[in-house]
Design a protein around this ligand. Structure first.
Ligand code: ZN
Length: 182
């Protein structure tokens, strides 16, 4: 996995796509939950569940199915005032589904560990993309694991955080220019 901090940053970046008038803490919280929660499955290691098991790390919690269920739960809990099954309600479900699914996509771009069980619980085959440019983060809190995490984080700041910031800035500047014209 990329580091949890980077998953959270990506979640916040998704939320940042909303215009200022509609962006709210609920959108930020929901996006961060959807982008980070999948890695709660590392608890499987301490429960003795094998890595390759459907409930193991990068298994069910990284699947498209889990992202879909999570998107419903997040909208149901954080946007309870929205009319059920209204257009806006479905739009939020779609948005949080994409945010949740992006976790597995990002993990499938890493160069270590087992692949992602995108189609769990129906099929536990693990997948990587053919291109895996991201260094995999370590699991655990040993000195060596933390050192490696920091190295990976530095790499991610340069190769993920910076490009995302530039994209968001460009979108923001383009949005401001468009507003001035209209
Ligand atoms: Zn992950």
């Amino acid at each position: 996995m990329p580091t949890t901090i980077t998953h959270a940053v990506i979640g916040a970046a998704w939320a940042k796509l909303f215009p200022k008038q509609t962006a709210s803490w609920r959108i930020y919280l929901g996006s961060i939950i959807c982008s980070v929660l999948a890695d709660a499955d590392v608890i499987a290691f301490s429960l003795g569940i094998p890595y390759g098991h459907v409930l193991g790390h990068r298994g069910l919690s990284h699947s498209i199915f889990f992202a879909l269920i999570l998107s419903f739960v997040v909208v149901f809990c954080l946007f309870s005032k929205l009319k059920l099954f209204s257009g806006t309600w479905w739009a939020f479900v779609c948005f949080f589904f994409i945010v949740g699914a992006s976790h597995g996509i990002l993990d499938a771009l890493t160069n270590g560990g087992l692949g992602i069980a995108f189609f769990a619980p129906f099929d536990n085959t693990r997948y990587f993309f053919p291109w895996t440019p991201l260094p995999v983060s370590s699991i655990g809190l040993s000195v060596m694991a933390i050192r490696w995490k920091l190295r990976v984080l530095l790499y991610e700041i340069i190769h993920i955080w910076l490009p995302i910031s530039m994209i968001l800035m460009t979108v923001h500047i383009a949005g401001c220019a468009f507003k001035r014209k209209t």
